[in-house]
Design a binder for this molecule. Structure first.
Ligand code: AMP
Ligand code: MG
Length: 415
């Protein structure tokens, strides 16, 4: 009698997938391409900002000690604008017309805003409100000083971060190389969207969603198209995936007569594990590592990683969330684990069997808590349900029946 293999848990599968993964090496990119990339090393300011004491308002640069109360008349000796410093001298009782961003002239320490001054049309400026000493002056280094470390390594660069890096005088940044993820759809029934097809064919959809998830996570998706259910077609696709860090096949993962991925990978010498996972959706998954070919240096000797995902559209997307995104995060030097959020069930759900379940569900914020309603139809072919879902509700294996109001855990699907 054949021995029935126990199902592998999702956690154990992830541990195997993430074993030995190290962050990819750095590359330098122009600042204009740095948004969303992962900073590879800490970034120090190459300059001080502002580099000089600067006016924060339009008005008159004055020496506070000269202000003898309302009615003091000062003598305007010049003008300072942004990019045009006043380099003359300022004597006792003098002031300088100044505009926002201009360096404060030597001999002054305060800005009298124009709303608090009256001019006589000539050089006389009368004080109508006395400012505090130092008012409306931004001291040198208010924002940061040269040598300050302002951005830490492994940070995903935000819009504000790239502005800050520019202000720090960096024209290019060291970022982690994007993991290259090759996608191979397999199946004789598949044709690209918008192309003629026979009555027994369907449109390939998985690759588009998986590519989008890969790119969102900071990877580079290399879609290698559709491989027919033949060894030659798969071998050719694997050849074209030569430079990839991760090769993902979509479909052909079961053990049917037309599921050839396992054989095709074994034939290439990929040390492969074929797993029946305790997971729904996504039971058949393959994982293996091969030698690096052609990408040794850029990959720092890490092996190419192969993942065979099931062809059902929902399964391939859920498996990408649960297995591929953590792998990408690890390659990018980010914490790999998927962060589960706390939520509350809005409806009853029956007990679960031995497979950890990722139920497509809607989410509603009520009374300060996220209320989750799993969809009635959970078949792994129902892509419209996946598109409609706000989150995946995670039901552990063997979980007992749950009631409306019970706490639960979710994987959010939308930012
Ligand atoms: P397989 O894993 O090849 O047994 O495929 C399982 C189911 O998913 C079958 O109904 C396939 O037609 C379907 N399928 C496989 N690959 C894709 C794809 N790229 N896009 C949409 N459906 C697919
Ligand atoms: Mg197939």
């Amino acid at each position: 009698m054949p021995v029935r293999q126990p199902l592998l848990s999702v956690a154990d599968a992830l541990t195997r997938i993430l074993a030995g993964v190290a962050p990819l090496p750095a590359q330098t990119v122009p600042l204009s391409e740095a948004h969303g990339r992962v900073l590879a090393s800490p970034l120090k300011a190459l300059r001080t900002q502002p580099p000089f004491a600067a006016s924060a308002m339009d008005g008159y640069a004055v020496l506070h000690a000269d202000l003898q109360g309302v009615g003091t008349v000062l003598n305007k000796v010049g003008e300072a604008a942004a990019g045009h410093a006043y380099i003359g001298s300022v004597g006792s009782g003098d002031c300088v017309r100044i505009f926002t961003g201009a360096p404060l002239p030597q001999g002054t320490d305060t800005v009298l805003i124009q709303e608090d001054a009256e001019t006589d049309g000539g050089s006389g400026v009368t004080v109508s409100e006395v400012p505090d000493k130092g008012r409306y002056v931004r001291p040198a280094g208010l924002d940061f000083a040269e040598g300050d470390t302002l951005l830490e390594a492994n940070r995903v660069l935000s819009a504000a971060d790239v502005s800050l890096a520019a202000a720090m005088d960096h024209a290019a940044l060291p970022v982690r190389r994007k993991p290259i993820v090759a996608l191979i759809s397999t199946g004789d029934e598949l044709v690209p969207p918008g192309t003629p097809r026979r009555a027994d064919q369907i449109v390939t959809s998985n690759n588009f969603g998986v590519a989008a998830l890969v790119e969102e996570a900071g990877g580079f998706a290399l879609d290698l198209g559709i491989a027919a259910d033949t060894h030659a077609a798969l071998a050719d696709a694997f050849d074209r995936a030569e430079n990839a860090d991760i090769v993902i096949t979509l479909g052909g993962a079961s053990v049917g007569d037309h599921d050839l991925v396992q054989d095709a990978l074994t034939a290439r010498g990929v040390g492969l594990g074929f797993w029946k996972l305790a997971m729904r959706p996504g039971k058949p998954v393959m994982f293996g590592t091969g030698t690096t070919t052609g990408n040794e240096t850029a990959n720092e000797g890490q092996p190419k990683r192969y993942l065979g995902l099931p062809g059902n559209p929902v399964s391939s997307l859920v498996c990408t969330h649960i297995f591929v995104l953590p792998l990408l995060r690890a390659l990018l030097g980010q914490p790999a684990a998927t962060v589960l959020q706390d939520a509350v069930l809005a409806v009853d759900v029956p007990q679960n069997d031995q497979r950890e379940e990722y139920m497509r569900a809607s989410l509603e914020l009520r009374d300060g808590a996220l209320h989750i309603t799993p969809f009635a139809r959970q078949d792994s072919s129902i892509l419209s349900g996946m598109a409609k879902a706000d989150c995946l509700m995670v039901r552990p294996a063997h979980s007992p029946p749950m009631r409306a109001g019970d706490p639960c855990k979710i994987v959010p699907l939308r930012g």
